[in-house]
Design a protein around this ligand. Structure first.
Ligand code: SAM
Length: 233
């Protein structure tokens, strides 16, 4: 997807991107490629692929929810997908980016400083540890390519405010959804909507699972990661 196609595809998502935001994404892309030469951030490096599989893909979250003036947590953000892309394109979103790998957090801090972004915080932590003091704090929690849905639900749902949403970004997730229904319910969530679509030019199936937080998560969750892995809910 070249930049012209990117702008056009965003129009179909009802996103009108400004010149300044496009320029910020261009700087972000260049920093990603430069940093990636010495620190592993992404396998996708061709410009047209980054615009499609990282930038456009991150922005498809708008298919599930209105992002205006919300607080959003991105769990396992890596090089900033989807959280940092969402922050650039939706400047009034208050974003927290969590990752357990410090080198990725250092990269994100450099981008945030260079682009002078406000209301975006990075956190070097494991999600299950960060959750201990940050339960029920965020309107929206999202996560892409971090864990299977039942483990991911335990890492993410505790962070969501009552009435807020956990919206994992997945590829084909039919089986995962079925095996995670019990975990989602146990953690206080209810699946409200499952949004399936294709990335442009048939480059992959995507699924957004919109899970509403309808009751408080029990204090015993999230458990330690070893336990989550050994005995998934
Ligand atoms: N979300 C990004 C994306 O879609 O490109 C990164 C995906 S990468 C495959 C998974 C990321 O999750 C890594 O950066 C890893 O350090 C982070 N991660 C894995 N488990 C985590 C945990 N329990 N808490 C916080 N970050 C975690």
């Amino acid at each position: 997807m070249n930049k012209e196609e990117f702008v056009k595809a965003l129009k179909c998502l009802n996103i009108d991107i400004s010149e300044k935001q496009l320029n910020d994404l261009d700087i972000y892309y260049k920093m990603l490629i430069e940093y990636n030469t010495h620190t592993n951030l992404t396998r996708i490096t061709e410009e047209h692929e980054v615009y499609l599989k990282h930038f456009y893909d991150s922005l498809t979250l708008v298919k599930a929810i209105n992002l205006n003036n919300q607080t959003l947590l991105d769990v396992g953000t890596g090089a900033g997908f989807p959280g940092l892309v969402l922050k650039i394109v939706f400047p009034n979103l208050k974003v927290t980016l969590v990752d357990s790998l410090n080198k990725r957090i250092t990269f994100l801090d450099t981008v945030i400083k260079t682009l002078q972004l406000k209301d975006v915080k990075t956190m070097h932590a494991r999600a299950e540890e960060y959750a201990l003091n940050n339960k029920e704090k965020f309107d929206i929690v999202t996560s892409r390519a971090v864990a299977n849905l039942n483990m991911l639900s335990e890492l993410c749902i505790p962070f969501v405010k009552l009435g807020g949403y956990f919206i994992p970004m997945k590829a084909d997730a039919k089986e995962e959804i079925e095996t995670s229904r019990k975990a989602i319910k146990t953690l206080g969530g209810v699946i409200k909507n499952i949004i399936n679509f294709q990335l442009p030019n048939d480059t992959g199936i995507r699924t957004l699972i919109k899970i509403e937080k309808v009751s408080k998560t029990s204090e015993k969750y999230p458990r330690k990661f070893a336990e989550i892995k050994k005995k998934p809910l």
